[in-house]
Design a protein around this ligand. Structure first.
Ligand SMILES: [Zn+2]
Length: 134
């Protein structure tokens, strides 16, 4: 038994271990498990098990490079969602005073004050002009 414990300890010491993606996987898996307890929705349980297996796979993995790439991709997605959510919140809080447009050419987000009638909006990024009603 002691030998097995020693082996496991050694195996963990060379494993990739935890990162923020792994914590996310574990937490989501737990949430799905709990939701399944209340809803009795089988696919949720299957998803939870899959996420749990993925968590263990990543935790005990020795392929650090691939795990770091996954982490970078996860952080990229998280950052994009954060940006989008921030913009949505800002649009909502300024819905009475400002209007938001997307630039036709570079799809940058443009913000103009409301109630100025028909104006020409110039994109500060690419210089594209567009007539907009405010
Ligand atoms: Zn533009």
């Amino acid at each position: 038994m002691k030998k097995l414990w020693y082996k496991l300890k050694q195996r963990i010491s060379v494993s990739y271990g935890d990162d923020s993606l792994n914590r996310f996987l574990l937490l989501t898996s737990l949430v799905f498990m709990i939701l399944n307890l209340f809803l009795g929705f089988y696919p949720l349980w299957a998803m939870a098990v899959l996420l749990y297996v993925w968590y263990f796979f990543r935790f005990f993995s020795k392929n650090y490079a691939s795990r770091r790439r996954e982490l970078a991709a996860y952080n990229g997605i998280k950052w994009k969602i954060k940006q989008k959510w921030g913009l949505l919140r800002r649009k909502f809080s300024e819905r009475k005073t400002h209007k938001y447009f997307k630039c036709r050419r570079c799809s940058a987000t443009l913000r103009v004050p409301k109630g100025k009638g028909s104006i020409t909006v110039t994109c500060p990024k690419c210089g594209e002009k567009a007539n907009k009603k405010t």
